[in-house]
Design a protein around this ligand. Structure first.
Ligand code: PMP
Length: 436
């Protein structure tokens, strides 16, 4: 089909990594027009945590559409919205003793980030916000200012302001607690950092290279916020909705953000949907201040409610994610042992794991070859050097193993080609089972 070259903008990105025309998808599989099957370890960049066309969610959606349920409702009160809010409150917020107001923003992650940053600035009456090296919060101007990646920043066409970037956990090497520096510059009135309204942070940096901050570092960030009168915004757009093994990525860490952004897998079905959770005392919006036509994607409310009912009513799903996360971690450790710690290292939490190939070209070669062998997997990080395991959380144990086997095969071929690995060494797939 020539139409993509003819009239689709040059801005395309994922389509370049996976140059096929896709036509169907089910669970952890995608199919192209020729009927070739691919295992999906990309999962809509973390939007398909429950797989493609999840049958349980699809049924609720089809029933709703069949009954002429409302699709678009601006921000009108609808039955679907009411039921989503009730379920979210009863099954997600209350059991976790979380007291938050829910703001429906425009349906992208970036729009939720914009809303959170605007609100924080308004509350504290200070324009500056602190973000972290390698952070990613979206590409609209406000969110882009808080995004590190030079490729994205360069496209702004205007100065990106109102943000001071400080070192994320591990940025200055092991054993250096970068929150000490943060505390210092906020204490020193001549540090050159304008007193900020808030700190925005990912608990695991997704686009930045699957770097997981330690629990103690996150707790220290919270302490710094309290000490210096800053709001804490956790951007859980990629790390949340179960990816790290719990609904929110910061659960059981004794962290109480002032605001939380959620999007990506919130609808469960890949439908556009984003929210900001706001501590009640901070919900000082005036009516319509953060408006938007698509704040009422009722189809997303229906599938989001069903997702929570089905997957988040008890601990079973969480346990499964943790078990699969441990499996991925162990397989990555085997790869590192086999191919050398200098060449590879691991990072991440739960089913949000990365294989750091140090070299972007190497990572790229591996993922390209993996695609030829039927596995869709992407890279992230400053130099695209981290292979990002983002398969649906619902993937079967067998397909999780199959996908990693394909990746290992690709790593082996490329490492032999690049003389990183000796062909003589006996090679076999670990006959692992996913077990607790
Ligand atoms: N925040 C985080 C942590 C993200 O990972 C992303 C998307 N990768 C965004 C914000 C922006 O979301 P969107 O692409 O839907 O605007």
């Amino acid at each position: 089909m020539k139409i993509f070259e003819e009239i689709e903008s040059e801005v395309q990105s994922y389509a370049r990594s996976f140059p096929r025309i896709f036509n169907k998808a089910q669970g952890e599989y995608l199919y192209d027009l020729e009927g070739n099957q691919y295992l999906d370890f990309l999962a809509g960049a973390g939007t398909l945590n429950y797989g493609h066309n999840n049958p349980i969610l699809k049924k609720s959606l089809l029933d709703y559409i069949e009954a002429d349920g409302i699709t678009h409702g601006l921000d009108l009160h609808t039955k679907a919205k009411g039921e989503f809010l009730t379920t979210f409150n009863e099954k997600i917020l209350k059991p976790r003793k979380m007291d938050y107001m829910v703001q429906f923003t425009g349906p992208t992650g970036a729009n939720a980030v914009e809303a959170a940053m605007k609100l924080a600035r308004t509350i504290k009456k200070r324009p500056n916000i602190i973000n972290f090296t390698n952070g990613y919060h979206g590409v609209t101007l406000g969110a882009l200012a808080a995004t590190g990646n030079v490729h994205h920043r360069a496209a702004a066409g205007t100065p990106l302001t109102g943000i001071s970037t400080l070192p994320y956990d591990g940025y200055l090497g092991d054993g250096i607690d970068t929150t000490a520096y943060l505390d210092k510059v906020l204490t020193d009135s001549s540090s050159g950092i304008d007193h900020p309204a808030a700190i925005i942070v990912e608990t695991v940096q997704g686009e930045g290279g699957i770097t997981a901050a330690s629990i103690s570092w996150l707790q220290n960030i919270q302490k710094v916020c309290r000490k210096h009168d800053l709001l804490l915004i956790i951007d859980d757009i990629q790390a949340g909705c179960g990816r790290t093994g719990s609904f929110f990525s910061f659960e059981k860490m004794d962290i109480e953000p002032d605001m939380i952004t959620l999007s990506k897998s919130l609808s469960g079905y890949g439908l556009p949907f984003a929210v900001v959770l706001i501590k009640p005392e901070h919900d000082i919006w005036k009516p319509g201040e953060h408006n938007g036509t698509f704040r009422g994607n009722n189809l997303a409310f229906v599938t989001a409610k069903k997702t929570i009912d089905h997957y988040w009513s008890d601990e079973l799903f969480s346990n499964e994610v943790r078990k699969k996360g441990a499996y991925i971690y162990n397989r990555i450790q085997k790869i590192i042992t086999r191919y050398g710690e200098g060449n590879f290292s691991s990072r991440g939490r739960g089913m949000f794991q990365g294989l750091n190939c140090v070299d972007g070209e190497l990572a790229n070669k591996i993922t390209k070859l993996a695609f030829k062998k039927g596995l869709m997997i992407e890279t992230s990080g400053a130099d695209d050097h981290v292979i990002k395991f983002l398969c649906p959380l619902t993937i079967s144990d067998q397909n999780l193993k199959n996908g990693i086997d394909i990746l290992e095969d690709a790593i082996k071929t490329i490492c032999i080609e690049k003389n990183i690995f000796d062909e003589e060494v006996d090679y076999f797939h670990e006959d692992y089972e996913v077990k607790s």
